[in-house]
Design a protein around this ligand. Structure first.
Ligand code: PFF
Length: 464
């Protein structure tokens, strides 16, 4: 099989590009609302433990498979054993499904950014603004297509001149913006309609102190499962993306160090996003604001920005600009994985595959947009929720395929190929891998069991 010739220029380029994939709407949107819902500090502690154990195992496995085989997921699994080719196909399916809706969310972000840049920002704070926008027939499609065009452009420019170059600019910029808004959030203070003055520092307490009120074993399990599925999504693992990025990494890069840095970057971005959002929501909307769930970003935050007065418009624009950067580098990684797999599979050029995948992304994204309009339906999902087209895609990729792929990968690596195969790759040039023992135990015994439980619960086969 033909091995790669292009790749990242070095360790920093790889770390920033991988962090670009990992840091996305998952960190800025999903992490804070899960944290708010799942008892603040309690969720944080559980999440941190999972990052240091499961996150470390899954990320190391993906990156090492990529670098050792120098192949994309489709062929990499086949290289590990002919019978495992099907796992490559399953893995390929995840970005193919995510691609259908990620650019749609990117389009929503672009719309909000435009609203803050061109108007006084009062419209997004109105009730019904979000629903009105996503159910419109044309506007969401237009914004989605613009976002998609940016994504395709970066992918078309290639690994070093596109993905690495843009990640080197966007990622530090993103981090600066998050830190800036987080500090601003802590300085806030506001007297609500109830006459109570709430401050950002009190909000920080709500974020960081574990809320153990009414904690039962069942609720704790739910927190654990939420944290686990957040981890997959956030680190972009078990979807072939980190295998693809791993295949672009030079042999002299210290993989153990690089994966640690990616984990730290991703977790820091999520932690700081919580620090930016939760105190602000608490100050302006009180504890009730903590229960808003997924609508936090598009419905509650605009209300927070409006309460800030003039400066709110500026903060709103900065926030959606940052979210846009984060979404762009993540969407690029999804498209790159599809393009790279297809280039390898069909022996075609990047240009040709960008055109084909671009067309696929365009058609499917339009369908997803229409899922809120002409193609509207409500489908009960096995996990108990009711979803539209976007939620169905999200459900199949995140709740169904990702735990299943992790389960099979950990069996393959832990029991068939052997953890040594991965550890050797990490220690290729004599680098230290202090957690090699932990890796082996987790990949053989712990990950398969927990993934099986996660799979059974998220598919509704086992009710908690
Ligand atoms: N890891 C990204 C985030 O946290 O938003 C999301 C993501 C990127 C998910 C790429 C899936 C993906 F293929």
């Amino acid at each position: 099989m033909k091995k790669k010739s292009s790749g990242f220029s070095g360790s920093l380029g790889f770390v920033l590009a991988a962090a670009g994939s990992a840091v996305g709407v998952g960190n800025i949107w999903r992490f804070p609302y899960l944290c708010a819902k799942d008892g603040g500090g309690l969720f944080l502690v559980v999440y941190l433990v999972l990052v240091l154990t499961f996150g470390f195992v899954l990320l190391t496995t993906d990156v090492a498979i990529g670098r050792r085989t120098k192949l994309n997921a489709l062929n990499a699994y086949a290289a590990l054993g002919k019978k495992w080719r099907f796992l490559g196909f399953l893995t390929f399916l995840v970005p193919a499904l995510i691609m259908t809706y990620y650019s749609v969310i990117g389009g929503w972000i672009l719309k909000y950014l435009t609203a803050y840049l061109t108007t006084d920002g009062s419209a997004p704070a109105q009730d019904g603004y979000f629903t009105g926008f996503i159910t419109a027939p044309v506007a969401p499609i237009v914004f989605t297509l613009i976002f998609l065009a940016f994504t395709a452009f970066v992918v078309y420019c290639g690994v070093e001149k596109g993905i690495e170059r843009y990640s080197r600019i966007l990622m530090p910029g993103l981090l600066l913006l998050i830190v800036g808004i987080a500090i601003f959030s802590l300085t806030l203070s506001y007297q609500g309609e109830d006459g109570i003055t709430r401050t950002g520092l009190q909000g920080l307490g709500v974020y960081l102190l574990p809320n153990l009120e009414g904690l039962t074993v069942q609720r704790f399990l739910q927190v654990l499962l939420d944290a686990m599925s957040q981890l997959f999504f956030s680190l972009s693992v078990s979807m072939g993306i980190m295998i693809t990025y791993g295949s672009y990494v030079k042999d002299d890069v210290d993989l153990g160090k690089a994966t640690n840095q990616i984990e730290i970057f991703d977790t820091a971005a999520a932690f700081l996003s919580g620090m930016m959002i939760i105190p602000a929501v608490y100050v302006f909307l009180g504890t009730e604001g903590m229960t808003f769930g997924p609508s936090l970003t598009f419905v509650s935050l605009p209300k927070v920005f409006q309460s800030m007065g003039l400066v709110g418009r500026l903060v709103g624009a900065a926030f959606f600009l940052m979210l846009g950067f984060a979404a762009l580098t993540s969407c690029v990684s999804v498209m790159e994985t599809l393009v790279a797999n297809c280039m390898e599979l069909f022996h075609k050029s990047r240009k040709q595959m960008c055109a084909v995948i671009g067309l696929y992304s365009l058609v499917t994204a339009v369908l997803i947009c229409l899922g809120y309009n002409a193609l509207y339906f409500e489908l009960p999902l096995p996990n108990g929720s009711v979803g539209q087209l976007l939620d169905v895609m999200d459900y199949i990729s995140n709740s169904f395929l990702m735990p299943f792929i992790s389960l099979l990968t950990s069996i393959l690596i832990g029991w068939i190929v052997g953890p040594k195969w991965i550890c050797d790759e990490v220690q290729k040039n004599g680098e230290a891998f202090p957690r090699a023992g932990l890796y082996s135990v987790l990949v053989r015994y712990v990950v398969p069991v927990v993934m099986l439980v996660l799979f059974l619960v998220s598919t509704g086969l086992w009710k908690l």
